[in-house]
Design a protein around this ligand. Structure first.
Ligand SMILES: [Zn+2]
Length: 320
């Protein structure tokens, strides 16, 4: 740890494995399928990770980056030998579980897509709050990034840089639509920062894309109740935005969920510019493609425990 400024106060992410205290369920509609799906979140033993269970098919899918089969509009998990067994739009629920520090849980669904609810992670976080969280008996390993890893697509890029003590995230976006414009946000991911800064930010789309998606048989469950719709300088939702930079906050929320598919909390600095589900997944594939890029931090005792507590949230350069 030599060379790191000792003055940086830290709050490390949860380092004891945690699961839900009790089972909890809900019913909702899938954004893309329009299908009504029942979801149950269940406690799970140490070492389980997050597992999606299609109860209608009797198939379990581990929530892992190498089980991602589609990233066009949302992140879809699946199994290569069971093309019918897929679970779509996992990213907001994954973000809520990771943001709340849940290491182990079974997510049962009786259909192909996690319900969209209001388009944010607030409903999933509410369910987790209602179920409660318990600490388990084992430490939670973290994935420490040892070398910079970067993926690009045109102007867009996503990077992980070494930073062994926490998971810091920076995101910037740039849209022609004046209602979005340019926005940027930096934060250290903790259960508190996730809840306060990211969880309520809703998914968004451009009005021009809605009809295209409908024609392609997508966004069948979409409405102004579960997405922000932007037309040029206008936000079409009658109640407007929840925060002026809700868009970049949602992009960070998506990145939290997508990067949770690493299978354990990251210790790194993430920098994303105009990223989405595809680049987020490519970033994890690139990270794990070379064993020299990362290592497991097995036990929290190996880390220094600074006396100080929480760094005031680094915030927030709104460039709009
Ligand atoms: Zn999203």
């Amino acid at each position: 740890m030599d060379g790191l400024p000792q003055t940086i106060p830290l709050q490390l992410a949860p380092t004891i494995q945690r699961t839900l205290k009790s089972a909890i369920g809900c019913v909702g509609v899938g954004l893309h399928s329009g299908q009504r799906v029942q979801v149950q979140l269940l406690p799970a033993p140490v070492g389980t990770g997050i597992v999606f269970r299609r109860t209608d098919l009797g198939v379990d899918i581990q929530a892992r980056f190498d089980h991602v089969i589609e990233t066009r509009l949302c992140t879809v998990l699946g199994l290569p030998d069971r093309p019918d067994a897929r679970v779509g739009t996992v990213e907001h629920l994954m973000a809520a579980l990771a943001g709340a520090g849940v290491s182990n849980a079974i997510v049962e669904l009786d259909g192909p897509e996690v319900p969209i609810h209001d388009g944010s992670a607030a409903s999933a976080l509410f369910l987790i709050d209602c179920a409660g969280i318990v600490e388990q008996t084992e430490f939670a390993p973290a994935i420490e990034v040892l070398r910079p890893v970067r993926v690009e697509n045109g102007e867009a890029f996503a990077e992980l840089r070494p930073f062994p003590l926490a998971f810091d995230m920076a995101m910037s976006i740039a849209f022609d639509a004046a209602a979005i414009g340019r926005q940027a946000l930096t934060l250290r991911l903790t259960p508190e920062s996730f809840r306060a800064e990211l969880a309520r930010a809703r998914t968004f789309t451009l009005a021009s894309e809605v009809s295209q998606m409908r024609a392609a048989g997508l966004a069948l469950g979409g409405s102004l109740d579960n997405a922000v719709v932007v037309d040029g300088a206008k936000v079409l939702n009658p109640a407007g935005l929840r925060m002026s930079d809700e868009f970049v906050r949602h992009k960070l929320l998506d990145a939290v969920g997508d990067l949770a598919l690493a299978g354990a909390p990251l210790r790194a600095r993430f920098v994303g510019h105009r990223t989405g589900h595809t680049l987020n997944n490519r970033l994890l594939c690139a990270l794990f493609a070379d064993e020299a890029n990362w290592r497991l931090q097995p036990a929290v005792e190996a880390l220094p425990r600074p006396a100080a507590t929480v760094r005031p949230r680094e915030r927030v350069k709104a460039v709009a």
